[in-house]
Design a protein. Structure first.
Length: 289
């Protein structure tokens, strides 16, 4: 009996076939599957080790380090890198000891340093006394000044920072609500209005946006009372003027309301503080008095 191949229709022996034998199939048909799970775990472990190393180098307390997430760790590292770029350790002149808690507590607000594009470079530790958030917690909101400001004030803040950058040394002020802790909002009914008063300063020469920093003092617009039933004298300020409304004296609490120091206002006209749309009405009342 002649057997024909079902594919080529040629006569074949019974034990032959033009098809490959089952035992001689292509070697890739039974190729084993290689898992990448172990390689991915090794990469994650290596990343964790590097993050732990970076976290250990941060100049913050051990308690704060233990609470840091990976996001907070990277935010703090970026903050330190921006600070090192603007304030290189080897180029800074020798100065006294760093501002301690005692000196910071004497300020009417906290210190803020920004880069030319609004990135946070430095926030003094006493920010917790003003906003109820530590420097580490505040960085959780973002790494620019706009991330910690109320959204309605973003445009005004951008204009003032651009003006200060175009005219280095010129002092500018903008007022905005800043992010606060949940406990602060529950106790006082919202975020806290803060006056940011500062100017751009060239840290190195030749001056350029990459070598300039915005140095500012952030002062609460109003000082909070010691408790909900008590009213502080800092809830108001009093001023004395000559007949043309030039300041001759003003109480220190003006800083909490307007962001100006007492010495800055003495000798200035009261009209310089008014909005242009209110000047006519104020002048009419001044004449009546």
């Amino acid at each position: 009996m002649t057997i024909f191949c079902s594919r080529c229709h040629r006569p074949l022996q019974t034990e032959m076939s033009c098809l490959p034998r089952r035992g001689k199939q292509a070697p890739d048909a039974s190729k084993p599957f290689r898992s990448t799970k172990s390689a991915s775990k090794a990469r994650r472990d290596q990343i964790n080790v590097e993050l732990q190393t970076l976290r250990s180098l941060l100049p913050i307390s051990t308690r704060e380090k233990e609470r840091l997430s990976y996001l907070h760790t990277m935010a703090l590292v970026c903050l330190r890198l921006r600070g090192a770029q603007l304030f290189p350790p080897d180029s800074a002149p020798p100065v006294g000891p760093a501002l301690g808690t005692e000196l910071l507590s004497l300020l009417p607000g906290f210190l803020l340093v920004l880069s030319a594009n609004g990135k946070l470079v430095y926030i003094s530790e006493n920010v917790a006394q003003v906003l109820g958030l530590s420097m580490v917690e505040l960085l959780g909101q973002g790494d620019t000044v706009f991330d910690i400001l109320d959204g309605r004030a973003h445009e005004d803040a951008r204009k003032k920072l651009l003006l200060a950058q175009e005219e280095p040394g010129r002092e500018v002020t903008f007022v905005s609500e800043m992010c606060t802790s949940k406990a602060f909002r529950l106790q006082h009914g919202g975020n806290r209005a803060v006056a940011v008063h500062g100017r751009f300063t060239a840290l190195h020469w030749p001056a350029s946006p990459s070598t300039a920093a915005f140095l500012a003092l952030c002062t609460p617009v109003t000082r909070l009372p010691a408790d909900s039933d008590a009213h502080s004298q800092d809830d108001l300020f009093q001023s004395t003027h000559i007949l043309d409304m030039t300041f001759t004296d003003v109480t220190e609490s003006v800083t909490y309301h307007l962001g100006y120091r007492r010495e800055e206002l003495i000798g200035q006209s009261w009209y310089s503080l008014l909005h242009p749309e209110d000047a006519d009405l104020a002048a009419a009342q001044h004449r009546a008095v």
